[in-house]
Structure formats: structure tokens, C-alpha cells
Design a protein around this ligand. Structure first.
Ligand SMILES: [Zn+2]
Length: 390
């Protein structure tokens, strides 16, 4: 047994009383919280800082790891997408695989226990199979033309089955409202809710997205022209992009990613089964703008964080994302909760991760808060998803 004590201990949802001792066994599984007075002081390991459960990175694209330091910053979402499309053929499969392996190790070394990860192909599946991290893979589907809905859905289900046959967990996810027809979004949502799986979508990352769905002049028309895709048949919804599909958010957990241009009205139009995933570094990298956290928090505290990909982030350090949110809001409890319990709950993994759970190893991190910044001092215990399967 190990008896751990620190200046403070955060259990995923709240700080424990002073003098609380965390008890873990030789398999690094959580056993109990006890009072310091119950122990001989010599038995206690003392730490300086805040002990937390392992972190959750709710939104990542492991597959795009080879884009680290390649894409120019602050050019807007449409130019970002054009850069991704035109540069992606420069890399060999070996380079891509190596970058994926390195990104996976980086996350393990930085206290991350769980990742909600977007997959467009099977490129990252082998790494995920070997990893200590628990990945929930969102098989991402794209297709604005509703006539192709059935084929795209079938392809997505086939890739999801391939993932599941490797013993990995996943569900389907539409890419974004500007790239996926509402009919396909609805079909994906139906599939996930029928199978009791979480749903995820990129939401309102750019103002151009709202304009596109509203029927205004939008840079997205340039993107489709660049891609040589005829969208003359496209009928705008004359609503904000969230409003165009919010009635299809039917899963018990729905993760809306980015929300940089989400309005008060938009927040009011969805229910409590929505988690707002914030990726501040990626937002600054691409659009140089953050969501209005005051408006968001006046509507919901159900927030979590994502690093997005190495195409729009210098590293996959989820604590840095929490740190940016904390420096703007000064809400320490909510920032830590979003890094741990909320992320796990968004992925419907709250029974296994995000807090201290009896007989489970959910990871233990030691952090400190210095000049409004979170710093990782030590990963005390690495979470191990494989130990859950035994
Ligand atoms: Zn993303």
C-alpha cells in the first residue's frame, strides 16, 4: 500500500478536506481516502502541489501528428484547410506512423489517461492497440451531398467494425456542419444513440461556417471551388450552423468541439446532454480568437478540453489547454474538473476514468499553479487501460 498526501488533492469534481490521505495498492489501484491521524507519519509519502486523477484529452486527431510545425498560423479556417489538403501528400506512411507513435508517448508522459480521437482512416489503430492510453475513436464522416449519405455511412460503419475487431472502442462522428449534410448528421446521430455511443462534431470554429449555413457570402465557397466540388445545388438553412442540426443531438453524450462563434441564442437551443469541448491553442493558431467564456459559462459548466491535432498545436499537452482557460476565468475547480471528470463523462467513461474509482487505476498527476499557469510536476502513476481489461 502507498499512502499519499499533498498540499491539496482534487478528486475529479472537488478538493478533498485537508489532511486527506489517498490510499493506493501495489497495482496502483485506488483503495480509499483516509484521515492523516489514522496513520503513522512515517508511512506517508508527501508531495508539494495538487494531486489529480489522470487527464482526459477529449478532442485530438492523432492521425494528423505529422503536420507538427508545418501549417502557417492565424490564416483562418479556410486557408488552414487548404494548407492541410495541399501538403498532406508530402509524407510517407513511415513518417506518419512515427509521428503517431511519438504523439501517443508524449500524451502518456504528460499525464493523459484518456483521449477522444478523430480517425478518418485506420492509420492510428495499431498504435492505439499497443498504447496504455484509453482511446475512444470517433470515425469521422464527411459528405455535404445528402444523396451519398448511405454509401458514406456504410463506409464509416465498416471502419468502426475494423476498429472494434482490434478490441478498441469507438463511434461515428460527422466532421462539421459545413462539410456534412444534415441528413448524414441525423443518420450518424441515430446510429450512435441506437448503440448507446457518444457523438462528436466540430462546431462553429469559424464565423464563415455560420455565414455558409445562413446563406451569406462565405469563404467556404472558395474552399469548395479549390477542391473542385460543385455545390451549386446546396441550399442554405438560413439558421446558425448549430441551429441547423441541434435537433439531431440525440446521444446521451454529445461533444461540440471549438464553439468559438457560438451565441447566447445557440447555447439556449440545446439541452444538458451537450459537452462544450474547448481547444484554445488551436483556436488561437487558426482563427486567433477564443470563445466568449463568460457567455458559455452563464449557460453551462459542462465543459471539457481538447488539444486538437499537431497541425494546429505545437504539442498535445492538455494541461496547457486547461491553463489558458484558467488564466482567463480564474476558476480553478472548474478548470481541473474539465481536465478530469468532465472529459471522462463527455466520452461516457466516468465509471472508469476522471476521478478516484475503487479498485481502478485512473492515473495520478501532481501539478502546481504558478503565476496563473498550470505546470505538471510529476506523473505519480500512469493510468493503464490494459489493467481495466484484465
Ligand atoms: Zn478537430
Amino acid at each position: 500500500m502507498r499512502f499519499l498526501s499533498s498540499e491539496s488533492i482534487f478528486n475529479g469534481t472537488e478538493f478533498l478536506n485537508k489532511n486527506s490521505i489517498l490510499v493506493i495498492n501495489e497495482k496502483n489501484q485506488f483503495i480509499d481516502i483516509i484521515e492523516e491521524s489514522q496513520l503513522d507519519p512515517l508511512q506517508i509519502e508527501r508531495f508539494d502541489g495538487i494531486i489529480t486523477p489522470g487527464f482526459v484529452n477529449t478532442h485530438c486527431h492523432l492521425e494528423l501528428s505529422y503536420f507538427q510545425n508545418i501549417i502557417p498560423q492565424k490564416t483562418g479556417l479556410v486557408n488552414f484547410a487548404k494548407n492541410i489538403i495541399s501538403k498532406r501528400s508530402q509524407f510517407s506512411v513511415e513518417q506518419m506512423n512515427k509521428a503517431i507513435e511519438q504523439a501517443d508517448s508524449f500524451m502518456e508522459n504528460n499525464g493523459i489517461a484518456v483521449v477522444g480521437d478523430i480517425s478518418n482512416t485506420n492509420l492510428s489503430f495499431k498504435t492505439k492497440q499497443k498504447s496504455k492510453l484509453y482511446y475512444h475513436s470517433f470515425i469521422e464522416l464527411i459528405g455535404l451531398n445528402s444523396e451519398k449519405k448511405e454509401n458514406i455511412l456504410e463506409g464509416g460503419i465498416a471502419l468502426l467494425k475494423e476498429l472494434q475487431n482490434l478490441g478498441l472502442i469507438g463511434s461515428l462522428a460527422p466532421h462539421a456542419p459545413y462539410s456534412t449534410s444534415v441528413q448524414l448528421i441525423e443518420a450518424i446521430s441515430n446510429y450512435n444513440s441506437k448503440n448507446n455511443l457518444p457523438f462528436s462534431i466540430h462546431n462553429q470554429e469559424s464565423e464563415e461556417e455560420n455565414k455558409f449555413l445562413q446563406g451569406e457570402k462565405s469563404e467556404f465557397y472558395n474552399l469548395f471551388e479549390f477542391l473542385n466540388i460543385d455545390i451549386s445545388w446546396f441550399k442554405p438553412k438560413h439558421r446558425s450552423s448549430l441551429n441547423a442540426y441541434s435537433s439531431f443531438l440525440k446521444s446521451k453524450k454529445n461533444i461540440l468541439v471549438h464553439n468559438t462563434f457560438t451565441s447566447q441564442e445557440d447555447y439556449g437551443s440545446v439541452g444538458s446532454h451537450v459537452f462544450w469541448c474547448l481547444c484554445p491553442t488551436a483556436n488561437l493558431y487558426i482563427e486567433n480568437k477564443l470563445p466568449d467564456y463568460d457567455i458559455l459559462l452563464s449557460n453551462s459548466k459542462q465543459i471539457c478540453f481538447g488539444t486538437d491535432s499537431l497541425a494546429s498545436n505545437s504539442n498535445l499537452d492538455i494541461l496547457k489547454e486547461g491553463s489558458i482557460f484558467y488564466s482567463k476565468t480564474k476558476d480553478l475547480g472548474l478548470s481541473l474538473r474539465a481536465l478530469t471528470y468532465n472529459g471522462a463523462a463527455a466520452l461516457d467513461l466516468q465509471e472508469n476514468f476522471g476521478s478516484f474509482i475503487k479498485a481502478k487505476n485512473t492515473g495520478l498527476n501532481l501539478i502546481e499553479v504558478k503565476q496563473d499557469k498550470f505546470l505538471l510536476k510529476e506523473v505519480i502513476v500512469v493510468a493503464d487501460r490494459l489493467s481495466l481489461l484484465v
